[in-house]
Design a protein around this ligand. Structure first.
Ligand code: AR6
Length: 178
């Protein structure tokens, strides 16, 4: 679909680390020093350059780590991308509404991507794995925020969904926005 800002939003089923894009967004944690899920896969395939850049960030502006809902860029190492934008999703809570923090991850990642001059941005379904966010709600927040916030120079936002469940939830979230 095309948003009112002229940005194309696409869904792809596959592995985020196999994508070609200006920016690949990492569902990181606040340490910026790696983990499981998408984060582990990005560091494995992207190689040690990404971790070295993250360590530099920790040694400079991000001594205490990256806060939930914020985003920061590094090299993309050996990935087929120009930058990795790391963002920290909120852990799902059934007692506290953390939706604004999840929306902030998409908004801040897009802001950083646009500042870098990125035209294509590939996102995972942030917080819907190890951090436990229900996929239907995670998809709704992701799609709504990207439709509202993606602006030129970004031309294409691609959600890269790992399995059928995620793909179907993003399809319905996108259909609901039309
Ligand atoms: N490509 C696309 N999607 C993937 C891939 C992949 N290669 N691998 C997993 N997914 P997660 P989170 C999906 O757990 O919930 C890490 O340890 C997965 O099925 O990667 O934000 C970090 O260091 C799910 O739908 O991220 C943090 O500590 C989605 O990507 C923590 O996990 C996100 O799952 C972050 O947890």
């Amino acid at each position: 679909m095309r948003t009112s800002h002229g940005v194309t939003v696409r869904l792809v089923r596959g592995d985020l680390t196999r994508q070609t894009a200006d920016v690949i967004v990492n569902a990181a944690n606040s340490s910026l020093l790696g983990g499981g899920g998408v984060d582990g896969a990005i560091h494995r395939r992207g190689g040690p350059e990404i971790l070295a850049a993250c360590r530099e960030l920790r040694a400079s502006h991000y001594g205490k780590g990256l806060r939930t809902g914020q985003a920061v860029a590094t090299t993309a190492g050996a990935l087929d991308a120009r930058w990795v934008v790391h963002t920290v999703g909120p852990v799902w809570s059934s007692v506290e509404d953390r939706s604004a923090l999840l929306a902030s991850c998409y908004r801040e990642s897009l802001r950083v991507a646009a500042e870098l001059g990125a035209r294509t941005v590939a996102f995972p379904a942030i917080s819907t794995g190890i951090y436990g966010w229900p996929l239907d709600d995670g998809a709704r927040i992701a799609v709504r925020t990207v439709i509202e916030e993606a602006v030129p120079p970004v031309e294409e936002v691609r959600f890269v969904l790992f399995d059928d469940h995620a793909y179907v939830e993003f399809e319905s979230a996108l259909a609901a926005q039309r």
